[in-house]
Write a protein that binds this ligand. Structure first.
Ligand SMILES: [Cu+2]
Length: 136
């Protein structure tokens, strides 16, 4: 194999590894509850709404699907890499569409971000608005 062919192969491999799944043009990710500005009490039930795409568990590569990530008190992560997995970036890789949170009293921000089978945001990303809630 010539050197140029080798480099081209490396290029193909690297682009396939970082390839992002396409999102549906009309996809919409939103909070069913709570609403922006709500005052709530623990445990906080958060319901995830997704229109025009489907939910699939992590690891299942199906077109126009993904699983939910809930970002708590943090801005969006890098949108071309797997979503971090920590207390501020919660994965719902079994396909869950709601969760219950225990949050300290005070203001918190929440945002949803859909990820594909490999936890990578779609292109363009499917994300909700960032909402602010107050926990009593
Ligand atoms: Cu994930």
């Amino acid at each position: 194999m010539t050197k140029i062919m080798y480099l081209f192969t490396l290029f193909l491999i690297s682009t396939s590894v970082i390839a992002q799944s396409p999102s549906a043009d009309t996809a919409k990710l939103y909070f069913i509850s709570p609403a922006n500005g709500d005052t709530v009490t623990n445990p906080v039930t958060v319901r995830f709404g997704l229109s025009n795409m489907g939910v699939a568990p992590a690891g299942v590569n199906m077109e126009n699907t993904g699983h939910h990530h809930l970002l708590i008190n943090t801005d969006l992560p890098a949108l071309d890499k797997p979503v971090p997995n920590d207390a501020r970036h919660r994965h719902f890789g079994k396909g869950q569409t709601e969760t219950r949170l225990e949050l300290a009293p005070g203001k918190h921000t929440l945002q949803l971000l859909l990820g594909d089978f490999a936890h990578i945001p779609h292109k363009p990303p499917v994300k909700s608005e960032q909402i602010t809630i107050t926990v009593k």
